[in-house]
Design a protein around this ligand. Structure first.
Ligand code: ADP
Ligand code: 5GP
Length: 196
């Protein structure tokens, strides 16, 4: 059974120029899982590593999932214009280091950002040919199950993330393409096709 559904209007065809792809979607939908699955088979796909003021989860490593910084360091990144975009999400700040992205694009390599809705909107403003991909859950109940089942956040933080999820789901139409994350394998394949 086909489980990945493309609901967007943009053609799923190889890009002529390497381009910036933004993957967004509510917390717990499976963004990291899909990207990790894709990069296991295709380690050449470059994923931007964001800076965040969030504390590392068990198993997360400095410079791999994130650059973990304190508020003062994040303030400096913002003040020095070192971030391509940044946003506050559920009580923490997250931002994309600008220079590595520009370097990859200048070298002709595709770039993938995994960022929230506010960041996706900023990228759309600053980089007109970016492709915005929305990862949607099969249902609201399944999203709640995944976010809760991941077991990495307190009930209070889960509530905050679900409140943000309602806003993000309502913004799906702002994206070029929607992929529904029913099957990790199917979505990883579709995302790879969009990147190329
Ligand atoms: P995000 O990065 O969007 O916050 P995660 O990748 O951490 O989400 O996934 C949240 C939880 O959902 C994880 O426990 C993950 O194993 C699970 N998950 C991801 N994709 C699927 C899927 N297609 N079917 C079932 N569970 C999934
Ligand atoms: P998490 O804390 O679950 O790792 O991430 C929370 C949210 O922040 C997710 O929606 C994730 O995509 C988003 N995020 C991660 N890095 C960035 C970033 O650099 N910029 C923005 N705007 N959002 C980010």
């Amino acid at each position: 059974m086909s489980t990945a559904v493309s609901r967007g209007t943009s053609p799923v065809s190889p890009a002529r120029q390497p381009r910036l792809t933004v993957l967004s979607g509510p917390s717990g939908v499976g963004k990291s899982t899909v990207v990790a699955h894709m990069r296991k088979a295709h380690p050449e796909v470059w994923l931007s590593v964001s800076a965040t003021t969030r504390k590392p989860r068990p198993g997360e490593r400095e410079g791999v999932q994130y650059f973990f910084v304190d508020d003062e360091q994040f303030d400096k990144l913002v003040a020095n214009g070192e971030l391509l975009e940044w946003a506050e999400f559920a009580g923490n700040r997250y931002g994309t280091p600008r220079q590595p992205v520009l370097d990859r694009l200048a070298a002709g390599q595709p770039v993938l950002l995994e960022i929230d809705l506010q960041g996706a909107r900023q990228v759309r403003e600053s980089m007109a040919d970016a492709r915005l991909v929305f990862l949607a859950p099969p249902s609201w109940d399944e999203l709640v199950r995944r976010l809760t089942g991941r077991g990495t956040e307190s009930p209070e933080v889960i509530e905050r993330r679900l409140a943000a999820a309602r806003i993000e789901l309502a913004a799906e139409s702002e994206f070029d393409v929607t992929l529904v994350n029913t099957s990790v394998e199917d979505v990883a394949r579709e995302l790879l096709a969009l990147l190329r």
